[in-house]
Design a protein around this ligand. Structure first.
Ligand SMILES: [Zn+2]
Length: 1056
């Protein structure tokens, strides 16, 4: 601002205050008005800084206090004040001090019948009242009573003034004292009546803003408990609900409807969840722990007077950011290496888990070289699943010889062909309309169909016969009942036949082996049943499923449905149809409702309540020995009609937001579809949304703290068949038994001359299940000293997964990693020949088995226990850390450590790593950073994966060390074992918003592919490293040029 202009403005303001000459005052007001009507807000702020507000207010007071106030001066003055006041945060305080507050109120009162003058006063009052304490002051001085004289029932006159009055009133009601006054004077009823009147008579929606103003008044009053009570007593819910029903689709009514929804949600009476306790339905006595019963939810209302206005989540952004104050800025903590957390001699025990370092391979001949190609193994299909998936026909459709043929072509179908390229290799499914059979895009597999596509009569017959009950068949712990069951042997025969036909349907899966393994899996409540999809297996669909496009207003419709339940309860059934807490049978099969079940591995439905004929409220079980972590769900549902939309509301979700609001769908498995040859988990559901509901944890149950909120996930499902048995889950399930089955099949599938594959037991879990540790490398070429030396000196790579049981996506990624590492893919061969892989595929078996989302049986998040794990309470963490300590103590720390996770808030796949410098920079903490030496090698692997893997993106990676993550695997392995490439790999539950998979949800195939790509990334990392052997470089170069046509230039760039 020019000096001249500045002094000019000051002169003007000074003259304004001192002059009594009307003409010059008017001139100055006009100049000021012109000055502020052009240019930016900076001018207004400048004027405020030079005392502009005070000068205007003083002039106002001086003019108003004359015998007959001159409105020629007052009106332009009010206009200027309204404009300047909007930008001056202290305008209210200034008006009070200069007595302009009183003066304006008096002028308004005098001008009740003079529309223009009154309107100007109201504009000024609106800005004065913007500070809550000035609003309270105006309230004390009778401003609200005045406004109620202005706000009339429906009229077409003076509507501008009425609108301004409703807006001032709404601002005043932000003050709690005004709110209480309004309640005491019965304004809630008046406002509701006025709203109804305007609503019914303003049929052309000309005065939407007046109606919105009235509603904003109600909204602010209902922030108070007494306001909500008055609102409910005045039938506010019913009135607002009914007035809005006929205009929900009217765009011009948007400003009204959004406020109505806020009021209705705010006033909906809060209640505790319909559960007997806040703790889990399953309890596990943790050794050495005294069980403390968490307080029961109390029935009486003692909820927080929260009154937070929650905006419609439709427009919320999805990603949360790392809080900077959580960053570790203590350089000492970042750079020091803590000592052992246990006696050194304890580490000896882990030698037994590293037998590869001492084994002499006497069974091998000592001559170098070997026949690597001819071994036939029990499981013909030991191709990596991707290779099979991307070839035209699945391997299991072929006979053994053609499988062998495919193996010879393996170089051509290597993983290298699937490296991220410009063109997408994805088969995009056409977008489905809601309500259409979700399986219609799922290509038929071999089972149950002959080559012409018609169903094999056997299966059709058995489906029709319906002579058997799937529940009764798979009872792993009661295998004897197979024979002495009251069910006829005939049914067993049918099943046996089905299984025989099915046996080779799903690669790396075997139903019989699964059942055998399930008998050895121990659960807290001794599950008797096995879920059908887990036994039968899952084949990914041939097309990738796009994200669900969210229809506008879905959330609104569901919320109105919730409110309808409250105010029109006559059609609400409210019948508990399933409950883990009630031991007696709740379901009679004759009744016309769905049947639910969840007492099987990873199942966790606790209660199902039928709300209406086709709508159910569901509650999931909290983690064992915990009162929280509800997110994962997995349950069985049966007795449905086809082609009818069923609505499911999971009402006790815990996270404040979810990918269900951004295109994610739950997964469904239909038993009938499986028997027809489509054993497939598919994404399903529409009208999906996730929002805060009216359930609260009572303050008593929260130990006096403000009770937490719950969220509803709602979705509609149209089932593909009548009377089917279906399973619904948060994400593609992957049980502990599935892992144990898979590992056995993998072990049997490997070519023993080529692949060294060993399963050890890392330890027993609290629940009594063995936690497997897998070692994969290549067999030594011979037992000559030279070959044994090479074998024993291969660097280690350590990979873990599934510490969080609800993150089943991590297991699918791990499945891809394991299958790839033992496969005949030339990349896998190179990896095996150069590394020893130590893999703990499931760090939390008990959590997975018992349907937990986050914790172990001791109710603890195991990924927060790495700093000082206890051998008794967190055995898997204790021994995983012990193994890493052991490797470190013999100078064999892994090249890379990576823990696979699932991410519920973000899309894509990405890594979290650890960097001292990046953490300190991010925290803007520069102390001593120049002296810290840090190799940036931690960035190489994510950069490589960004180029290779379609699902992976560097842009979501982070290398910050947070205080709250100090006890995670990533940070502890980095700090204590000195592994600079220590990572958490996060895979979205949803899908991708970048790269070739943009707009698609993840299927298991994409997750498995990621697991394989991770391995390829490890190879490229080694090729790029300075220590890479000449021999490996040469072999890789040969391999890569053999792949030339399929190779992306990116990959070339990695190497040369
Ligand atoms: Zn996790």
């Amino acid at each position: 601002m020019a000096e001249q202009e500045a002094s000019g403005l000051q002169v003007l303001l000074h003259t304004l205050q001192s002059s009594s000459d009307k003409k010059s005052i008017l001139t100055i007001l006009k100049v000021l008005g012109d000055l502020l009507s052009v240019g930016t807000d900076r001018r207004i702020h400048y004027m405020i800084s030079k005392g502009g507000s005070e000068a205007l207010l003083q002039t106002l007071v001086d003019t108003a206090r004359t015998a007959s106030p001159d409105y020629d001066i007052l009106l332009p003055l009010f206009r200027l004040l309204a404009k300047v006041g909007l930008r001056d945060k202290k305008i209210g305080r200034k008006a009070l001090e200069l007595e302009a507050l009183d003066v304006t109120l008096i002028l308004a009162r005098k001008n009740l019948s003079h529309g223009q003058n009154l309107l100007h006063c109201l504009w000024a009052l609106r800005v004065f009242a913007s500070s809550v304490s000035m609003g309270a002051m105006l309230g004390i001085n009778g401003a609200m009573e005045l406004l109620f004289k202005v706000i009339t029932p429906y009229t077409q006159k003076r509507t501008q003034t009425i609108r301004a009055a409703t807006e001032v009133l709404a601002v005043l009601l932000k003050s709690k004292s005004n709110g209480r006054r309004a309640v005491n004077r019965g304004y809630v009823t008046s406002l509701l009546w006025l709203h109804q009147d305007w609503h019914s008579r303003d049929t052309a929606n000309t005065y939407v803003q007046i109606r919105r103003g009235l509603l904003l008044c109600l909204k602010h009053i209902s922030a108070l408990r007494s306001g909500r009570e008055a609102f409910l007593a005045a039938q506010g819910m019913e009135i607002l609900f009914s007035t809005t029903q006929n205009c929900l689709d009217d765009k011009s009514m948007e400003p009204v409807i959004s406020v109505v929804l806020q009021i209705l949600r705010q006033c909906y009476p809060k209640s505790p969840l319909p559960l007997v306790t806040a703790s889990s339905a399953y309890a596990f006595p943790v050794p050495g722990h005294i069980a403390t019963e968490p307080p029961c939810d109390l029935p009486e209302e003692d909820f927080e007077d929260d009154g937070d206005d929650e905006v419609d989540k439709d427009s919320d952004t999805e990603d949360g950011k790392v809080e900077d104050d959580d960053l570790e800025t203590d350089v000492n903590k970042l750079t020091s290496k803590p000592g052992l957390d246990r006696p050194e001699e304890e580490l000896m025990q882990y030698e037994a888990m590293c037998l590869e370092l001492s084994y002499s391979f006497e069974e091998l001949e000592s001559k170098p070289g070997g026949d690597l190609n001819s071994e036939k193994t029990q499981y013909a299909n030991h191709h990596h699943i991707l290779t099979a998936a991307f070839s035209k026909q699945h391997c299991y459709n072929k006979d053994q010889s053609s499988c062998g043929q495919e193996r010879e072509d393996s170089v051509r179908s290597s993983l290298l062909c699937m490296v991220k390229t410009q063109r997408s290799t994805v088969h995009l499914g056409s977008k489905r309309k809601p309500g259409v059979n979700p399986y219609q895009n799922v290509q038929s597999n071999s089972l149950g169909r002959d080559s012409s596509g018609s169903e094999i009569p056997d299966i059709q017959a058995s489906l029709k016969a319906d002579a058997w009950d799937i529940d009764a068949i798979f009872c792993p712990r009661m295998s004897a009942s197979f024979s002495n069951s009251t069910r006829t042997g005939e049914a067993v025969e049918v099943i046996d036949k089905l299984l025989q036909t099915h046996l080779k349907c799903v690669p790396f899966h075997d139903p019989y082996l699964y059942m055998a393994k399930a008998r050895r899996t121990s659960s807290v409540v001794d599950f008797k049943m096995v879920a059908f999809p887990d036994v039968w297996g899952h084949c990914p669909p041939s097309t990738t499923q796009p994200m669900l496009e969210r229809k506008c207003g879905v959330q609104r419709i569901r919320i109105f449905e919730d409110i309808r339940r409250l105010i029109q309860p006559s059609d609400v059934i409210n019948k508990v149809v399933f409950s883990l807490d009630e031991p007696w049978p709740l379901q009679d099969n004759a009744s016309n409702c769905l049947q639910f079940f969840s007492k099987f591995e990873s199942g966790n439905l606790r209660k199902a309540i039928q709300v209406r004929e086709f709508e159910y409220d569901l509650l999931v079980n909290v983690d064992v020995n915990s009162t929280q972590h509800q997110q994962w769900f997995y349950f069985k549902v049966s007795g449905m009609q086809a082609a009818v939309p069923y609505h499911f509301n999971i009402i006790n979700c815990e996270k404040p937001n979810s990918q269900f609001n951004y295109g994610m769908q739950p997964t469904l498995y239909s038993v009938k579809e499986a028997l027809l040859g489509r054993p497939t988990w598919i994404r399903t559901g529409y009208e999906i949304c996730y929002y805060k509901n009216h359930y609260r944890q009572s303050t008593a149950a929260a130990g006096g703290a403000s009770g937490k909120c719950y969220y509803t996930l709602t979705f509609a499902v149209t089932f593909p068949h009548n009377e089917d048995v279906c399973y619904l889950a948060y994400h593609y399930p992957y049980t502990y038994t599935a892992l144990m089955t898979h590992l056995d099949i993998l072990e049997k599938s490997v070519n023993l001359k080529e692949v060294y594959f060993r399963q050890d037991v890392l330890c027993q879990t609290l629940g009594g299940n063995p936690c497997p540790l897998v070692t994969i490398t290549a067999m030594p070429e011979s037992n000559s000293d030279e070959h044994l030396e090479q074998f024993r000196h291969r660097p280690y790579q350590v990979i873990t997964a599934r510490v969080h049981p609800g993150e089943s996506n991590a297991s699918w990624v791990m499945k891809g990693t394991l299958e790839f590492l033992v496969s005949s893919d030339p990349v896998a061969r190179l990896l095996r020949e150069n590394f020893i892989f130590k893999i703990i595929p499931m760090l939390n078996p008990d959590g997975v088995i018992n349907g937990n989302h986050r914790c172990s049986l001791s109710g603890e998040d195991l990924n927060r226990q790495w700093l000082s794990p206890s051998a008794h309470l967190q055995p898997t963490i204790y021994h995983a850390k012990g193994l890493l300590y052991h490797l470190s103590s013999i100078g064999r720390s892994p090249v890379v450590f990576c823990d696979f996770h699932g991410h519920s808030q973000k899309k894509n796949v990405f890594l979290y790593g650890c960097s001292i410098k990046e953490t300190l920079w991010q925290a803007a903490c520069t102390v001593g950073t120049s002296t810290i030496l840090e190799d940036v090698n931690y960035r190489t692997l994510p950069k490589i994966l960004d180029k290779l893997a379609p699902a992976f993106t560097m842009s979501s990676c982070s290398f910050l060390v947070e205080k709250s993550r100090a006890s995670t695997a990533r940070v502890v392995v980095w700090r204590e074992m000195g592994v600079s490439r220590s990572y958490t790999m996060e895979s979205s539950y949803c899908g991708c918003n970048q790269g070739p998979y943009q707009g698609l949800q993840f299927g298991t195939r994409e997750l498995e592919e990621m697991g394989a790509m991770f391995c390829l990334g490890l190879l490229i990392l080694e090729l790029k490293s300075a220590s890479c052997s000449h021999q490996l470089l040469a072999r890789a170069a040969t391999l890569l040029s053999a792949e030339e046509e399929a190779l992306d230039q990116h990959l070339q760039r990695f190497l040369f």
